[in-house]
Design a protein around this ligand. Structure first.
Ligand SMILES: NC(=O)c1ccc[n+]([C@@H]2O[C@H](COP(=O)([O-])OP(=O)(O)OC[C@H]3O[C@@H](n4cnc5c(N)ncnc54)[C@H](OP(=O)(O)O)[C@@H]3O)[C@@H](O)[C@H]2O)c1
Length: 330
């Protein structure tokens, strides 16, 4: 059961510079929001993490509240790190976040200095680490001054508990302001983590421009729309799919006949490119010059192979772009 990482792990994965920083991230990164809690099979979680690293995925994304139960993904990942990855710590980029509800009372969520720094300490304990590589404000807080939230990120970095600071789910103007504050503090904003996929293009309306102007990298979460942008739902809702499970935010109601028709049209375009739909969906997100990485989820090892295979064909021609837009319009 001892793990030795594949010698070939750096052979095929492209690594992209994150904004104007010196840090490169793999084009495909793995998030542990689902499938890594105490409710999930530990052996499968461990196999997925090992397989990902063997394929060149050096970046693993967590948050204080991932599970279920909340917090358990960091404990599970910490255990995997201790057993398998001690020799590889310097080859890993591990992120965590605070901002969504994690604990009871007024200090268990949002963007106060109190919540961010105490949550980071808890995350480090669960992960069994001295530091995370990236620490995020998970969501904007309408009630806490931005100076306080950014000051807490700066403090996390200055105290050695994080190497870089990031924000997630911030709208364009707030990103610009957060970035200016962090720059003034001497801890530039490394990265923004927004949702982006073929079905959700909100960030095209200003955020991508703001990130370019500020020199901040971008890692897109849910690039497969939680699994909708794959061929998995074309024949109905499989019992072992995210939509069929009682936990999470994807429900059978999201798998509408209209959506399925769009997915089927996209699936045909992917096939004409010699790709699976999941691969075309990832390549489409990565086409944007400001995109550092796609942040996927995976419930099994084969999904890592699919995702990593996407980098074999990242280019699109004008006809393919037009066909995709047409398929999305219906
Ligand atoms: N910052 C934030 O607010 C925020 C919010 C959400 C997520 N995130 C981050 O983004 C990460 C990824 O989010 P996500 O899990 O929604 O990403 P996603 O890549 O859009 O969806 C992943 C799911 O799609 C299915 N899938 C993946 N590859 C497949 C394939 N080749 N064929 C068929 N099905 C496939 C699997 O679900 P099945 O269980 O159905 O197999 C998998 O768990 C999270 O882990 C987290 O780190 C951040």
């Amino acid at each position: 059961m001892n793990y030795t990482a594949a010698e070939s792990r750096y052979n095929t994965m492209p690594y992209r510079r994150c904004g104007r920083s010196g840090l490169k991230l793999p084009a495909v990164s793995l998030g542990l929001w689902h499938n890594f809690g105490h409710v999930d099979r530990y052996d499968n979680a461990r196999a997925v993490v090992r397989h990902a690293f063997d394929a060149g995925i050096t970046h693993f994304d967590l948050a204080n509240n991932y599970g279920p139960p909340p917090g358990s993904a960091e404990s599970v990942f910490g255990d995997i790190l201790k057993r398998d990855f001690q020799p590889y710590r310097d080859e890993l980029i591990i992120s965590s976040k605070a901002g969504y509800r994690m604990g009871p009372g007024p200090y268990g969520e949002w963007g106060s200095r109190k919540n961010l720094l105490s949550s980071l300490d808890q995350s480090l304990k669960c992960l069994g680490l001295d530091y995370v590589d990236i620490f995020y404000s998970h969501r904007p807080d309408p009630d806490t001054p931005l100076e306080e939230t950014m000051g807490a990120l700066d403090q996390a970095v200055r105290s050695g508990r994080a190497l870089y600071a990031g924000v997630s789910n911030y709208p364009p103007q707030m990103l610009r302001e957060a970035s200016a504050i962090l720059r003034q503090l001497g801890t530039p904003c490394l990265i923004h983590q927004p949702r982006y996929n073929l079905f959700d293009r909100q960030i095209e309306g200003g955020l991508l421009d703001a990130l370019r102007d500020e020199g901040v990298g971008c890692i897109a979460f849910s690039p497969l729309a939680q699994g909708l942008l794959t061929d998995k739902y074309l024949g109905g809702i499989p019992a072992d799919s995210r939509a069929a499970k009682s936990v999470g935010f994807l429900t059978p109601n999201d798998v509408t006949p209209e959506r399925l028709a769009t997915i089927a049209r996209l699936n045909e375009i992917a096939a004409s490119r010699g790709q699976k739909l999941s691969q075309m969906a990832l390549a489409w997100v990565l086409r944007h010059p400001g995109m550092t990485s796609v942040l996927i989820g995976a419930s099994r090892v084969s999904q890592i192979d699919d995702a990593v295979g996407a980098v074999q064909r990242l280019d699109f021609n004008d006809g393919e772009y037009a066909a995709i837009e047409q398929a999305l319009r219906g």
